[in-house]
Design a protein around this ligand. Structure first.
Ligand code: SF4
Length: 407
């Protein structure tokens, strides 16, 4: 069932003015407590590998490869911060939280690659992004789905069930639903999550639209893990202009409050444009994210796709350098230990390659076709058709044109 977008949604009259929401408690943990959690986590991983692969040679090879992989993916950075939400710990929004049975899947896949080499490209996926809907009430400056927005849906709830089941049957344990605005299809989303296997973490990317307290609790009960809320400026008026709707900022605040109440992990996503990219702006943004109880802040770089197609929006090297320095400062400098954890994909993509294009994740668009990522729209096979394995192989070989593919 979907919410028809016939006109911009009305908001309640008793609007909370921006900034009047009391500061929420921070889910971020650091120092000794974080260290103890990381030690326990590694011990549980070692025990898991030992139980599955008791041969001492295999055990040693797998453990050292897994540690090497962790160092490669974190660019030799030790984990300085974790987010603790509802009894679980998260170091990223793209990986399973710990503890959970499915947290170990990553290590099981790596172990099988090392010992048995029997992992298909499909099984090797660690995360799948799914375009749940084409509907959205906003008109964002940077929208990558612009050319599809508010067209007729082609995938029913039953199609989405089959898609999710296909990935879950292969063991994939991390999903992120977007669109469009997934909360326009909240009833379908609740249905989908309620009937999905619980051996996965589920996230949504939302503008905050329709993220009422009631919906937040229903989604949590159905199995939602976290919510990535788009917030593109700390100034409410400028966020509203960017998003093309006068009360878009109010939705963000309400969504953050409701996610917090429902014990969902909260991340804020920002498209860092050239004009926004100053240390002072970024710091003000981080302070607001902290106040709104965010565990994570995700920096996205503008790409010339969708509504930005044909426009010169890419960051310049000096912006990238500034963002990188800021990213390290927020995550590593003890002076910023209580700030949310910053995720900056662009930095890692430039350094070690992109994990999309089926290398570790891919995007299933709102028609059910696999593409490299939400930005690189190289439509390949429909995910419910034959030939998915070959398509992923081809996608990996062709790459995305902007970054090398992570091997
Ligand atoms: S970016 Fe997201 S919220 Fe904005 S118009 Fe596109 S789909 Fe809607």
């Amino acid at each position: 069932m979907e919410t028809e977008i016939t006109e911009r949604p009305a908001l309640k009259k008793e609007r909370t003015p921006a900034g009047n929401i009391p500061a929420m408690s921070s889910p971020v943990i650091t120092g000794r407590r974080k260290t103890m959690v990381v030690i326990r986590m590694w011990l549980s991983v070692a025990f898991f590998i030992y139980r599955k692969f008791p041969n001492p040679v295999h055990f040693y090879r797998i453990l050292s490869k897994v540690i090497g992989l962790k160092n490669r993916l974190t660019i030799n950075n030790s984990i300085q911060k974790l987010a603790e939400v509802d009894g679980r710990f998260f170091f990223n929004i793209n990986n399973n939280g710990w503890p959970a049975k499915h947290f170990n899947r990553l290590f099981e896949i790596e172990a099988r690659i090392i010992v048995r080499k029997d992992v298909s490209n499909f099984e090797n996926l660690r995360m799948v992004l799914i375009g749940l809907t084409k509907k959205c009430p906003l008109k964002c400056e940077h929208c990558y789905e612009w050319n599809e927005l508010n067209k007729k849906e082609t995938l029913s709830l039953s199609d989405h069930r089959k898609i999710l089941q296909k990935f879950q049957d292969a063991g994939i344990s991390q999903f992120q639903f977007g669109g469009g605005e997934p909360m326009t299809r909240v009833h379908d989303l609740i249905e989908l999550l309620s009937t999905a296997k619980k051996s996965a973490d589920f996230w949504i990317s939302t503008s905050g639209f329709n993220f009422t307290e009631e919906n937040a609790f229903k989604l949590k009960k159905a199995g939602l893990t976290g919510v990535a809320i788009s917030l593109d400026h700390f100034d409410p008026a400028l966020h509203n202009v960017f998003r093309g709707y006068k009360d878009a900022y109010h939705w963000v605040e309400q969504a953050a409050v409701n996610a917090h109440k429902a014990k969902l992990v909260t991340a804020f996503s920002i498209c860092v444009t050239r004009s926004f990219c100053t240390e002072s702006n970024l710091l003000q943004y981080m302070l607001l994210a902290k106040k709104l109880g965010a565990s994570f802040v995700q920096f996205l770089e503008p790409r010339s796709v969708g509504n930005y197609e044909g426009k010169d929006v890419s960051l310049h090297p000096e912006h990238e350098k500034m963002l990188e320095d800021f990213y390290f400062k927020m995550n590593n400098d003890p002076a910023f230990r209580d700030m949310p954890i910053v995720i900056y994909h662009g930095y890692r993509q430039r350094l070690i390659g992109c994990a999309g294009a089926g290398s570790r994740y891919l995007y299933v668009d709102t028609d059910g076709y696999m593409t490299s990522c939400p930005f690189c729209r190289n439509k390949t096979t429909h995910v419910l058709d034959e030939g998915v394995e070959e398509s992923i192989l081809k996608m990996k070989a062709e790459g995305c044109g902007k970054f090398e593919i992570l091997t």
